[in-house]
Design a binder for this molecule. Structure first.
Ligand SMILES: C[S@@+](CC[C@H](N)C(=O)[O-])C[C@H]1O[C@@H](n2cnc3c(N)ncnc32)[C@H](O)[C@@H]1O
Length: 283
């Protein structure tokens, strides 16, 4: 975790300086011999941005991205294994029998695999929704190889026009950031309506900080994290360009305000590593 201290030496660091720190190895998901969400058994390495690209293409969740997604997200999002492992733990405290637990933007189903390990969640319907057919196809293959996979139902759908019903937990890990900002409040409003008072939403996002200098500092540390995970400067730069105007991060405060306007009674950040935060919101 980042020590948030007003230290002039830290703030003076630039992209040219070699990182002088080593990020800790992250703990794999509880009881999961194959690492987070069984991902250790998947082989494909993300090298999608390794060669110079003459034209900047917008990032999409196409077949190429879907095929390397476990490696991509594990090496790009600091704190990802912790968030995934804890998603099941948090969900278990709020799961009500015979209700739906939704994972919106489920990708390969990592969050629901964590939920499926929890006995308290096993009397619920676990429903993963995604609008990328390539991602759903990869998820079907992955879940078919894991015992918990049979507890999970996958559906094609767009978060912007979903009808959610009878939910006790809604998970949205690293997905709202891809929804146009103008649509986000309506999405959260529909999620809130599907929940009863006391129910849970888990929302994980890349965030920006209000303080520009500190924000830049966290971005540089995130790039150091990616270098340590084996990404080159070219890969980091090309991926950043592809994500510009596609992944739109907001501040913690913007998320708090919107969650309140959408009708959640309480919300806070339960975990943050660099510029990636995970919010808990109670209906
Ligand atoms: C960064 S990934 C989410 C990772 C996943 N939740 C996890 O923790 O492993 C974002 C996912 O959201 C999906 N997605 C993006 N926009 C969407 C939308 N409007 N409706 C449904 N799914 C969407 C993408 O296809 C992708 O699979």
């Amino acid at each position: 975790m980042l020590p948030i201290v007003a230290n002039k030496t830290i703030f003076a660091m630039t992209d040219q300086d070699p990182p002088n720190h080593t990020f800790p190895q992250e703990t794999p998901a509880k009881g999961d011999d194959a690492g987070v969400a069984g991902y250790a058994s998947t082989q494909l390495r993300d090298e999608l941005y390794a060669e110079p690209m003459p034209e900047r293409g917008l990032f999409t969740f196409n077949e190429a991205v879907a095929s390397v997604f476990p490696d991509m997200i594990s090496r790009s999002v600091p704190g990802y294994p912790t968030v995934i492992a804890m998603t099941g733990v948090l969900a278990a405290r709020h799961a009500r029998p015979n209700t739906n637990i939704y994972d919106l933007g489920c990708s390969w189903g990592a969050s629901l695999l964590s939920v499926a390990k929890e006995p308290a969640c096993q009397n619920c319907q676990l429903i993963g929704i995604d609008n990328s057919e390539a991602m759903l196809s990869a998820a079907r293959n992955h879940l078919a190889q894991l015992p918990e996979g049979k507890l999970i139902t996958l559906q094609a759908g767009d978060i912007a026009d979903l009808q959610l019903t009878n939910a006790s937990v809604v998970i949205m890990n690293y997905t709202l950031q891809f929804v146009p900002i103008a649509q986000r409040e309506a999405v959260l409003g529909r999620i809130r309506k599907a929940l009863m008072p006391g129910d849970l939403m888990i929302l994980s996002e890349k965030i920006t900080l209000q303080d520009n200098e500190l924000n830049r500092h966290l971005i540089e540390l995130h790039h150091d994290f990616k270098r340590q995970q084996g990404y080159s400067d070219l890969e980091i730069a090309q991926k950043r360009d592809a994500l510009e105007n596609v992944l739109l991060p907001e501040t913690r405060e913007a998320h708090f305000d919107r969650l309140k306007r959408a009708g959640f009674s309480q919300c806070d950040v339960w975990f943050q590593c660099l510029n990636f935060a995970s919010f808990i919101a109670i209906a």
